[in-house]
Structure formats: C-alpha cells, structure tokens
Design a protein around this ligand. Sequence first.
Ligand code: CUA
Length: 378
Amino acid sequence: MTPRRSRGRRLVLATAAAVVVVLAGCSEVKNNGQNSLQPKGPQAQKIDDLFTPILVLAIIIGIAIMIATVWLAVKFRYRPGKNENPKQIHGNTRLEIGWTILPALLLAIVAVPTVATIFDLAQNPGPSALQVSVEGKQWWWQFSYPEEKVVTADELVIPTGRDVFVKLNACDGTGAAKTCNVIHSFWVPELSGKKDVVPGQTNTLTLSADKPGTYLGQCAEYCGLSHANMRFRVIAKTPADYQQWIAEQKQGPVNPLYEPDGTTPAGPTQQLIVKTFQCTNCHIFDDSSKATYGPNLTHLASRTVFASGSYPLTKQNLTRWVRDAPSMIPMSSQGCRLPPGKGICVGMPSFINNTPPGLQSMTPQQADQIADFLLEQK
Ligand code: CUA
C-alpha cells in the first residue's frame, strides 16, 4: 500500500468513528423528556410541522451544494500539460440574475410558513383557555392561577386538552412592594416554543398537553449562579384530576402556623419557623393565595420536587436543604439572614454558615423538626 492510500484509509476510519460517536448521542436524546422533536401538544406540533420540512429542504440543498463543489473541484482540477486559464464569465447577466433569484426564492419558501406559524402561535387563545401567571425568580418559577387564587412553585399543573395562556413576568407585586428580577427564558420543549421573561414587560405564550404526564421545563437564558438549576415541571392531569388538585390547593394548611389570635405561633415547630429562624420573612406557610419573596409553602408536600425541580421531595433532601441550602445549589445568599434592607439576599440562606452575629445556627434536630412539619403540608 502506498503512503498516500494508507493516509486516505485512516481519514475514512476517523470520519466513520466520528459519525458513530455523533449518532450514539441521538439514542440518548430519544427519551430525555426535553425533546422538541417529539411534540406532545398542538403548539409544539405546529413548530415541529414547520421545522421538519425546512430541515429536509436544507439537507437537500446542503448535499446538492457539497456534491457540486466536489464535482467541480475534480472536473476542473490541475492537470500536467493543460495549464490554461478557465473561461472568464465576469459580467454574465443571465447567471447573475439566476443566482440572485434562486436564493431569494428559497428564502421566500421558508419565510411564508415561518411567519404564518409565528402569528398563529402568538394568537390569544381566548377566554376558554386556562390563565396562568408565571414569575421568573432567582432561581425558581412561581405559578399563579389568578382566577382560582392559587399560588404555587416549581410544578405547573394543567388540565389536558385545554389551552393554557401563560403570562410571563420578571416583576411581581405593585407600587412600593414591586420587585423585579433578571431576564429568564421559559421553555418546555415538548409542549411549546421558548419565550423570554423580561423585567418591565409581560410576554405571553400558549401551551397545552394532549395526554396526562410530566413535561420537563428549563430556564433557557443565563440568569446567574444557579441558572442551570432553574428547572420546572409541567404536570398535565385529566380535567377531573386537575379540578381536584385545584380544590385541594385552595384549602387551608394541614398545620396552622398561628393560634386563632393570628400572632402566637401554634406550636414549637411554628415557633422555630416564625421566631427563631424567621422563615416567614420570605415564605408563606398558611395561605395558598398569596405570593411573596420565596416559594409559597402552604401545600409544599403536594409537590414531587423542590428547589426548582433540582431535588425530589424526600425527607433526607428537605432536611439538608432547610439547614444548608447553598450546599445543594450555588446561591449568593450571604445577606439573607440580615434584617431587610441590609445586605443583598438572593436565594435560601445557610443556617449553619455565615450566620450573622446574634442569630442562632440550626441544629440537625431543628432541621428535622421543620422538615417533618413541611412534609405534612399536603
Ligand atoms: Cu433563569 Cu436562567
């Protein structure tokens, strides 16, 4: 074998190996729960119906151009003894018009269905749709159902077969109580397209799921330390199951936080939550209709995950989280236990590290006690 041949064979082998490695990645993509090529609702289907034909068209044109390039390079290659200049075609009007019109035509073919789909997806689905307000926070998602007066986090529960009209906000509250967050992006690849969540502006998006199931969502815009942990789930239930869920969410807490006087903590755990560790500065434990700085925890135990979908809701995970959340996901929470207005608080504080002077650290027993209390809040 000549050296040149063996080099050629090595190149072929290397290319084949690269193709195998790339294709092996595809088998993993099949069921990762975030595959936009496997639409599970009408909006995602419309996007896929646009994507597939354009992809096929692009592949055909791409292959045609590659074949033409190789063919021309071979056909007009340098040959010993035939060393003349190629025919000069500068100023050929017919060719120039041709290669201007053809790409313009191709772009038009792509643009017409694309623009039509954009307008179609942007349409307000009307009053029959379920209205949901989504607030992007650092780093979790709050879901509010304004008509039902229910506020929840991490899991967006929807009924199957019904459009859900999502209003996306990076600010919440009004007047002096209004706080704004950074830019996030809301994306559930199997149910709909991606939409930015921008402070000072309300963007909207419609999604729906054909079948009951869990669909994985993800923040798709870099938003700080825990951007990659800013996940969520869309849980689609049958309309009857959804009605039951919403009825349960509207109920009061299993364990009340206060005595009937409204100020005295109703027990020793409530004392820890309200007085010792002041969890109530950021969280609401006894009213599922209100939103505040941190996730509403009135019905925390009805969820399957917490910490923005980063951890399954188990006793072990929750106990660790309550005591030292920053050890589980990156957060800049140093100022979170200081009085309001002192220090910048982003995320759950640690109750064992960086404890401000005069404040108590949390013992494992106290964390255990608070986790038990929370896991009863179904
Ligand atoms: Cu929120 Cu990235």
